[in-house]
Write a protein that binds this ligand. Structure first.
Ligand SMILES: Cc1cc2nc3c(=O)[nH]c(=O)nc-3n(C[C@H](O)[C@H](O)[C@H](O)COP(=O)(O)OP(=O)(O)OC[C@H]3O[C@@H](n4cnc5c(N)ncnc54)[C@H](O)[C@@H]3O)c2cc1C
Length: 461
């Protein structure tokens, strides 16, 4: 059996002792979940309000999806923009895209304020496309965003894609025709089925290291207003008219407001004494998948990159919603004790739905050999810089992703009882959306009126 050894947890340099809940606790705002969503929500709440904040984590900070992802920073939705627009309208979807994009600046703000040393790398990343249908879908996405040049994802199309002039007429200015070999070079692939490449602002970061470092900063900066309890699993949340009571380690935690940053898998009941039952609807609305990743070290001296490969069906890549299945590869400097500088090349894509997320254990769950074979097959067939022969994998890991029914993150107040708020539902891409969500929650907790958005919990019901 392959152990779940994530490169992100491997890099944690944590020395902080664990402080579980061992008595009754009370705070203006209680945040449940110590991943990147929970810690950035705590950061913005402490910065923009005068509230006291208690963060309660069932395990250890950053050991959930935050410590088991691909570490790629990207602002696209896994659900196609065209289809989100059908549900919410064009203006709302454009605004939502701009909001997620604003997380780049928010990330920079956090890193500067907290003087974090976690490195992150920003660059232009790419996505390779194989079919005319896929190209047309992305052209249509760009068409919707055409009056907002900063949100556009430039598209290069090879003549080999075989478009008639008339087919592309509507999209003039939204693509370039580029020699096929240049597209393959951009995508670092020898697989000639890729006939187009999208480019977008992307980055890579160890989100676990970032989250753990941010926890340390908040504990030292807000000694009087912030507490962090780990190994403190929330078993029940009881919502009253103006506060909530949480059951944790057989103790009571009283919260003026409670924010769930749990990725989606609470495994606890929510009892609403002030209106309709929230519990059943909420718990049945988030579905889960287990995403598999593998990575190897290479002294290739190449710059950081993030490239997604959207292949034709039948390659083992998986995907969600209406986006086609795809693999994603990142390359970044990886500090090790080796003498020569090494990159970590990591690949994900295969994922498996899980019916009952409460049975998933990051330590006990067996790594899917089928997923591994798909990743290995992808590297050999598609990534032209992969080592010849056997690839010396240093890390294999998996993690849980939470998907909301409409493919859009939930950020905001529960309409049935505003004491409860959410910043959850990664829907495949959660690093930048978590950060944006944390900022939006803080503004709500500060009493500001935020304009309606596709992220409002009522939209998902
Ligand atoms: C394989 C994989 C690849 C991914 N790749 C990317 C990527 O490249 N880019 C990207 O943007 N996103 C990616 N994601 C998603 C991204 O990792 C997450 O959306 C992001 O880390 C946000 O995490 P979070 O804080 O919402 O959840 P988590 O990090 O899972 O944190 C939730 C925390 O809540 C705690 N919790 C849950 N229930 C309770 C309870 N009852 N009591 C107390 N604590 C509780 C958990 O212990 C956990 O620590 C990927 C995810 C996976 C699994």
């Amino acid at each position: 059996m392959r152990p779940n050894n994530s490169p992100w947890l491997h890099q944690l340099k944590r020395q902080r002792p664990v402080a579980p809940v061992i008595g009754d606790v009370s705070a203006d705002v209680v945040i449940v979940g110590g991943g990147i969503a929970g810690l950035t929500t705590a950061y913005f709440t402490l910065k923009h309000t005068k509230h006291s904040v208690a963060l309660i984590e069932g395990g250890m900070v950053a050991h959930g999806a935050t410590g088991h992802n691909a570490g790629q920073m990207t602002s696209y939705f896994e659900k196609q923009i065209v289809n989100i627009a059908k549900d919410f309208g064009l203006d709302m979807v454009r605004e939502a895209q701009a909001h997620i994009d604003s997380a780049w600046d928010l990330l920079e703000e956090i890193c500067k304020d907290a003087r974090l040393s976690t490195p992150y790398y920003r660059f232009t990343g790419y996505a390779g496309l194989c079919s005319k249908e896929e190209i047309l879908l992305h052209l249509e996405n760009n068409y919707i965003l055409k009056d907002h040049p900063t949100l556009l994802e430039p598209l290069m199309i090879a003549p080999e894609a075989g478009f008639e002039v008339a087919e592309l007429q509507k999209y003039v200015g939204l693509y370039d025709i580029v020699p096929h070999d240049d597209i393959l070079e951009t995508l670092e692939t020898k697989n000639r089925t890729y006939i187009a490449a999208l480019s977008a602002k992307k980055g890579v970061m160890n989100s676990a290291l970032f989250t753990e470092e941010l926890a340390g900063f908040l504990l030292s900066q807000y000694v009087d207003r912030f507490v962090l309890h780990e190994e403190s699993f929330v078993e029940e949340v009881i919502l009253e008219k103006d506060h909530a009571m949480l059951k944790v380690n057989h103790h009571d935690v009283k919260a003026g407001r409670v924010v769930l940053c749990t990725n989606g898998f609470e495994k606890f009941s929510i009892i609403n004494h002030e209106g309709m039952d929230i519990d059943k609807r909420f718990h049945h609305s988030i579905s889960g998948t287990i995403g598999y990743m593998a990575g190897y070290l290479d002294a290739d001296g190449k710059p950081p990159v993030a490239i997604s490969y959207i292949p034709n069906a039948g390659t083992g890549a998986s995907g969600s919603y209406d986006s086609d299945p795809y693999f994603y590869m990142t390359r970044r400097p990886f500090e090790t004790d080796l003498e020569v500088a090494h990159n970590l090349i990591s690949v994900g894509g295969p994922d498996l739905p899980i019916e009952d997320t409460s049975v998933y254990s990051k330590d006990a769950h067996e790594y899917s050999e089928e997923a591994f074979a798909d990743i290995d097959g992808f590297l050999h067939s598609t990534y032209k810089n992969a080592p010849k022969g056997e690839i010396p994998y240093a890390f294999h890991w998996h993690g849980l992703m939470g998907y909301t029914p409409n493919g859009v993150r939930l950020v905001g107040e529960e309409p049935l009882n505003r004491v409860l708020l959410y910043n959850l539902g990664c829907n495949g891409v959660g690093i930048l959306p978590s950060i944006y969500g944390g900022s939006r929650i803080a503004h709500i907790l500060n009493g500001e009126i935020v304009p309606p958005s596709i992220f409002d919990p009522r939209s998902a019901q």
